[in-house]
Design a protein around this ligand. Structure first.
Ligand code: ATP
Length: 212
């Protein structure tokens, strides 16, 4: 299994959002669905190690987020739904910083900048359009050599050209062994991306949606 969850619970104060006794996926592209407020972003942030949680999350059958947080985080990337960056920072600074932290191979940043059409590298985020900020956040999600890339609502605010570029990146990375968890309120199949399986986040748990 590439990603495994055991006895995961997550809460904001006394409000419980997640209770996932057991869930696992092998190599694939998975669509995570759920109504507004179901807890998708909370689940993704938890899997990315951004929110403390109870339970076990295991990557590649050997990296437990609790016990090997550095190895785990090197191999799991998250592209947030509504990324927020300090307004004084530039996309170039952010990409360079994350590329170093994620041990990005030579040429990868240039490839991603070119593929996603990021042309405001030296302007601060404060002067970037929301679509440009989203494209930078997507580029950052592809840096390094991840086993798993999680994309939370990757299609919001980006134009058709960037959408096609994103689907190409997903397919190329997947062909090289990367597993994807993607949430979207849009239908992927209609957009031309084939998924291995779909799950719904319902009643705090992840339930497989059987194909019809
Ligand atoms: N920082 C927070 N503090 C308290 N409650 C929160 C916080 N973040 C989210 N919540 C609550 O947790 C629940 C799950 O929110 P989350 O954003 O994970 O849902 P979602 O499935 O991603 O929703 P959407 O499809 O609308 O983006 C919601 O009821 C939300 O109000």
């Amino acid at each position: 299994m590439i990603l495994e969850i055991q006895n995961l619970t997550q809460r904001y104060g006394s409000f419980q959002v997640l209770a996932i006794p057991s869930w696992a996926v092998d190599y694939g592209i998975y669509w995570i669905q759920g109504e507004n407020g179901a807890g998708k972003s909370t689940l993704f942030r938890t899997l990315a190690g951004m929110l403390p949680s109870s339970g076990d999350i295991i990557l590649d059958q050997k990296y437990n987020l609790k016990d090997q947080p550095v190895d785990y985080r090197l191999r799991l990337n998250l592209g947030e739904a509504e990324p927020l960056y300090p307004s004084f920072l530039t996309p170039g600074d952010l990409i360079t910083f994350v590329a170093e932290a994620k041990q990005s191979p030579v040429g990868q940043t240039e490839m991603l900048i070119e593929a996603l059409g990021i042309n405001y590298l030296k302007n601060s985020f404060g002067s970037c359009s929301s679509g440009m900020v989203k494209k930078v956040s997507l580029a950052v999600a592809f840096l390094g050599n991840p086993s798993v890339i999680i994309l939370d609502e990757p299609l919001i605010t980006i134009d058709k050209e960037a959408r096609l570029a994103l689907f190409n990146l997903i397919e190329n990375y997947h062909a090289k062994g990367v597993t994807f968890l993607i949430s979207s309120h849009q239908l992927f199949q209609q957009e031309g991306l084939n998924v291995t399986a779909s799950f719904a986040l319902k009643n705090k748990n992840l339930i497989r949606i059987e194909a019809v």
